[in-house]
Write a protein that binds this ligand. Sequence first.
Ligand code: BES
Ligand code: ZN
Length: 622
Amino acid sequence: MSKFEHIFFACAAFLVACQRSKQVPAPIQVPLQTDHSFGNADKVRTKHLHLDLKVDFKSKTLSGTATHTLDRQGNDSVMILDSRNLFVDEVTLDDGSKTDFRLGVADSLFGTAIVIPLKPGTKKVNLRYHTDSLSEALQWLNPAQTHDRRHPFLFTQSQAILARTWIPLMDRPDVRFTYSARISCPKELMALMSASNPQQRNDSGIYHFNMPQPVSSYLMALAVGDVAFKPLDSISGVYAEPGFLDSVAWELADMPQMIEKASALYGDYPWGRYDVLVLPPSFPFGGMENPRLTFATPTIIAGDRSLTSLVAHELAHSWSGNLVTNATWNDFWLNEGFTVYFENRIVEAVYGKDFADMCAELEVGELERTVSRMMRENPADTRLALNLKGRNPDDGLTDIAYIKGFLFLKHLEQLVGRPRWDAFLKEYFRVHSFKTITTGTFNDYVQEHLLQTAREAVAAKLNDWIYGEGLPDNAPRPASERMKLAREAAAKYQRSRKPDPAMVKGWVTQQYQHFLRNLPKDINAAELEALDQAFGFSRSGNAEIQCDWFTLAATALYRPAFASMEAFLVRVGRRKFLKPVYEALSATPQGLEMGRAIFKRAKPGYHSVSAGSIAEILHVQP
Ligand code: BES
Ligand code: ZN
């Protein structure tokens, strides 16, 4: 044996010995307890969670401890938590004694169960852990990806099942717990959570949080960045990067009025403060209803307050979703359908009936397209009550939960009349406050407390709406005066194929959206060029219009729009805007090639949920 071979074999033997002495136990088979979680909430649940985490931008990790205070049924049990791409270093029980936890076999979708043996009197379980670059809830941004380009930024997105990628917990919406946290971050930055929040940066870089009302895991949220606060009134305000703060405050100035109208409709605002944090453009959603602190995309800052209904939506979740919560992801429409309905009522109260009807009409147009596509591809998913067992609950994030759910509630409103309906809804929110409920519970509650006569019970068609596919033929059809103008303009264009600049006078965003979505399907690049010259769509700074316009440009391969389209796809990470444009690109071989090249450049700036969806569309690795 040569000297090198000696050393090699000695090292190899040493490594094997080390491995043995560490005795990493083999992963065990752990069954799912619900369609999407390993958490054994029937035996033991978290009553309170305390987090003590350090935010490290260099290593892009969170590290620290999660302490669960338990609510136990009986004494002889283990506690099973969800995790995914998390590293648990040590688990101790209340007296500080270490416990031999075991990990489950990793599931590519649901992650790894953490099985923790409890002692008879155990009241607290303490996990020391850290995240890594695969922890999908987290997006770590470089300064260049922020508005002010001066400091890095971190935000989380937990819904639907990503809380388990940054906190070991029972990641199922029917487990509600209060929480507190101590977050330590770089001194130049401020930390914010879905809880009581600081309004100023401090010099220690240490922030304390408290959420005294029980919330579900998907509402856990953290953001760390160079942000400042501006109050709008005594209970609401906005957070944004300093260079963006004034624009944000101007755009969202109607928030206090929204809170007032919402409370007048369905009961007092239940969470103390309501603030909005406007994030950098890579935020993958339009908004996320994190309690006390909605996270929002900067693409709603249009300069004309035309897109603020998104805030009405996230605010409405303070009742429908955060207060009365879907018990499982199969009941997702209870969160979103109710919220779209409530959003529409807030918009009506603040901006008038025609504006609310216009928004509804635009959405119903989308719903019809979605239903006809889904009836071909996966008709079972057009039911309000879903079956997402074994699937990613994100599959339920479609216009069905949102718009079909909305139309169902609007239908019930029309059936019994507004006064009765509003009284019913207010009571529904009160009775189910801080509870999680299923579609069945809602169905029973409607039969018992809303429908009064046999005629009403028949006309309500509850089962058709909830368990049937497609859209019942008694579905309401909202229509507005303003949308009529956009409809007429689209019809006129269909006939003449010539833009008429006079017709868009005084139009708002939603009218342009309707017009763009109802152009002839076979519109060509030359016709798009004429429209572009008349209306300047390629130069629009309004993300809703950009999305619809670039989708048309991608379909018809209208090249003059490509530079601004690429800039849009690289800067904005909101999945709702990215998907239609990439889908349109992928319809032609030329477009697909371009889409893949753009994605390659844009991907480092996308959050995992957007990157995953776009990779699927383009058939490439996420
Ligand atoms: N809660 C949702 C976002 C969500 C749902 C994230 C499911 C992950 C899984 C939020 O309230 C929402 O619906 N956002 C919409 C905006 C709204 C105005 C329709 C969005 O992000 O586009
Ligand atoms: Zn929502």
